[in-house]
Design a protein around this ligand. Structure first.
Ligand SMILES: [Zn+2]
Ligand SMILES: [Zn+2]
Length: 299
């Protein structure tokens, strides 16, 4: 059982020397190096290279032709290792996203983005993730003659590109049109896809590949900043990089009755290499919970 430090004086240190001038490989096919590489170079001095000719789609794709195997964490780590092996570099970075119904809020779309850094010199894997509450992620089903103007306006087409495929087909791999960014290409694709669908309709979806979806690209940028910050933070116990938030503890006392509420009481920080753990109070300084979050006052 590891000892948890409650001492507010425990300080993890920010360091810029942990990865200075080291080489890392970023495995990406969708232009994410534009936002990821500068984050790691600026914050860590890490020299990030992007291999050419790697087929990361073999690990699963957004358009669904190849199902992703494993969790997004496992996929991101496998992707990072693919690049490390191909380039013979001991540090690898990769990111992975998944979009669908929001994990916590009903009836809205959400996305989870995860980025992994694998450091085989130190034997550590450091991950950061974030949840995107307002991704540009949507779809519409239309006949060839249908008017989808309101959908296109909603997703900011053509800034965000779309994918078109037959709505109902036996062969889901066939007749997919990706990365569409002109009205002409879109209308040709809808005609073709509708003809190949048993209900004469086309499925039009946002293309979630980062270089086709600037909203997603901005999320990946935020995540790259967060992961490089984490890699610049060393463990107070063993000095390894990657120290950061690993858990939360709920139970903030209710401001009416003092009972433990569902709201977060502590953030738990931890190390990826040793069992050092530290409780920190909420960053917003809140010490009592709203009674609406209290199981006693609002059962
Ligand atoms: Zn440690
Ligand atoms: Zn209460």
């Amino acid at each position: 059982m590891s000892k948890i430090h409650d001492n507010k004086k425990v300080v993890s240190s920010r360091r810029s020397d942990l990865y200075h001038n080291r080489r890392a490989v970023l495995t990406t096919m969708h232009g994410k190096e534009v936002v990821i590489s500068p984050a790691f170079r600026k914050r860590l001095g890490l020299r990030v290279e992007t291999p050419t000719g790697l087929d990361t789609d073999a690990l699963g794709t957004f358009t669904g032709e190849i199902a992703r195997i494993g969790t997004i964490r496992e996929t991101a780590i496998a992707k990072a290792r693919l690049g490390m092996t191909s380039m013979g570099i001991s540090i690898g970075i990769a990111s992975e996203g998944s979009y669908g119904p929001h994990p916590h809020i009903p009836f809205i779309a959400g996305g989870i983005e995860l980025m992994a850094a694998v450091d085989d010199d130190r034997g550590i894997v450091v991950c950061e993730h974030l949840i995107d509450d307002s991704p540009v992620y949507d779809h519409v089903i239309t006949a060839e003659s249908g008017d989808i103007t309101s959908f296109l306006n909603r997703i900011c087409f053509p800034v965000h590109a779309v994918i078109v495929r037959p709505h109902q087909t036996d062969d889901s791999d066939a007749f997919i049109h990706k990365g569409l960014r002109t009205v002409e290409a879109l209308s040709d694709a809808i005609s073709s896809a509708a003809r190949h669908s048993s209900d004469n309709r086309a499925l039009v979806q946002t293309d979630m590949r980062a270089h086709m979806n600037p909203t997603r690209m901005a999320t990946v940028r935020r995540l790259a900043n967060a992961l490089s910050d984490r890699l610049a933070t060393s463990c107070p116990g063993c000095d390894m990089p990657g120290y950061g938030l690993v858990d939360i503890e709920s139970g903030l006392p209710c401001e009416w009755c003092g009972a433990s509420s569902l709201m977060i009481l502590y953030q738990v920080f931890g190390c990826v290499a040793c069992d050092f753990r530290e409780r920190r109070p909420r960053p917003d300084g809140r010490t009592h919970a709203d009674p609406s979050q209290c199981p006693q006052c609002n059962p």
